[in-house]
Design a protein around this ligand. Structure first.
Ligand SMILES: [Zn+2]
Length: 248
C-alpha cells in the first residue's frame, strides 16, 4: 500500500463525484504512523498499554482485513500480548492454528451467533467456559475477524472448526465503532466483541483496558478524518495514560 501524501484527501471533499469520494474514504493517501497505522494527526502509540487476562483471544482474520487500517482486531494484540492472529485462506488451513487446536491445555471456543439450527448441538454458554477453567484449561475465544459476511464464509468453509463448541456472544450492547457503518447497531466490531468476552469471563481489567484503547482508536481516527487534532485527552485516553504511568 502506498501512502503518497495528499493532505486532507481522506475526508473526500467532492460531492459531485461519489465514486471518487468512496475511493478516497479508504484513506490511501493519508500520512500514517508506521507503528499504529493511524493518520499521524492523532497517532495511537502513546496510549498503547498492556493488560493480563485468563482467557486468550485468537483471531482468524480474513485476508482483506489485514490491509484495512480501520480493522480493530489488531488492537487486541496491542493490549493482550498473547493474542494470536491467523490468516484465513479458503483452500488451506493455517498449520500453526491446527497444531494449537490439538495442543492440550487450551479450551477453544468459536465465537459465532446461534441463529441457525444446523449447529444447535454445538452451542454452549459461559458455564462451559467456567467448566474448562475448573479443569485447569485456558479458555480461548476464536473470533472470526472480517465483515459479517466474511465471518460467515470462514465459519462455513473451515471444516477444522467443526469440532469446536460455539459460544455466542450474549450482550445488549450496541456498537460504538464510528469508522464503518454497521448493518445493525447490535453488530459489534472485533475489538468490542473481544472486550465483552473478556468481561463475561471475569477478565474485567483487560476488558476495561481494551475498551478504553478501542475508544481512543475510534476517537483518534474519527478526528483525523475530520482533519481535527485532539488537543485534550478524552476520558478513555486519560485512563490509559494513568495506567501506563502506573505500570512503569
Ligand atoms: Zn502511532
Amino acid at each position: 500500500m502506498s501512502d503518497e501524501m495528499q493532505p486532507g484527501a481522506e475526508k473526500g471533499a467532492s460531492i459531485s463525484q461519489p465514486p471518487r469520494r468512496e475511493f478516497k474514504a479508504r484513506g490511501s493517501f493519508v500520512e500514517r504512523c508506521t507503528d499504529c497505522r493511524l493518520p499521524q494527526l492523532n497517532c495511537l502509540c502513546s496510549y498503547r498499554t498492556s493488560a493480563d487476562s485468563q482467557a486468550r483471544i485468537w483471531l482468524l482474520t480474513h485476508p482483506l482485513e489485514h490491509y484495512k487500517p480501520t480493522n480493530t482486531g489488531r488492537l487486541i494484540g496491542d493490549v493482550l500480548a498473547e493474542t494470536r492472529v491467523f490468516t484465513w485462506y479458503r483452500t488451506f488451513p493455517d498449520e500453526q492454528l491446527l497444531a494449537l487446536l490439538d495442543q492440550p491445555g487450551f479450551a477453544p471456543f468459536i465465537i459465532f451467533p446461534d441463529d441457525h439450527s444446523d449447529y444447535a448441538d454445538r452451542i454452549v454458554g459461559q458455564d462451559a467456559v467456567e467448566d474448562a477453567k475448573s479443569a485447569g484449561l485456558i479458555p480461548v475465544f476464536i473470533i472470526l475477524d472480517g465483515t459479517w459476511r466474511q465471518a460467515r464464509r470462514i465459519f462455513r468453509r473451515s471444516s477444522y472448526l467443526d469440532r469446536l463448541p460455539i459460544l455466542p456472544l450474549e450482550t445488549q450492547k450496541q456498537t460504538r465503532y464510528r469508522l464503518r457503518k454497521p448493518a445493525s447497531p447490535s453488530h459489534l466490531c472485533t475489538a468490542e466483541v473481544a472486550a465483552e468476552l473478556l468481561r463475561q469471563n471475569g477478565d474485567v481489567d483487560a476488558a476495561d483496558t481494551l475498551d478504553d484503547y478501542f475508544d481512543t482508536f475510534n476517537a483518534s481516527y474519527a478526528a483525523s478524518r475530520a482533519h481535527h487534532k485532539l488537543e485534550q485527552p478524552t476520558a478513555a485516553m486519560a485512563r490509559l495514560l494513568a495506567r501506563k504511568a502506573g505500570r512503569r
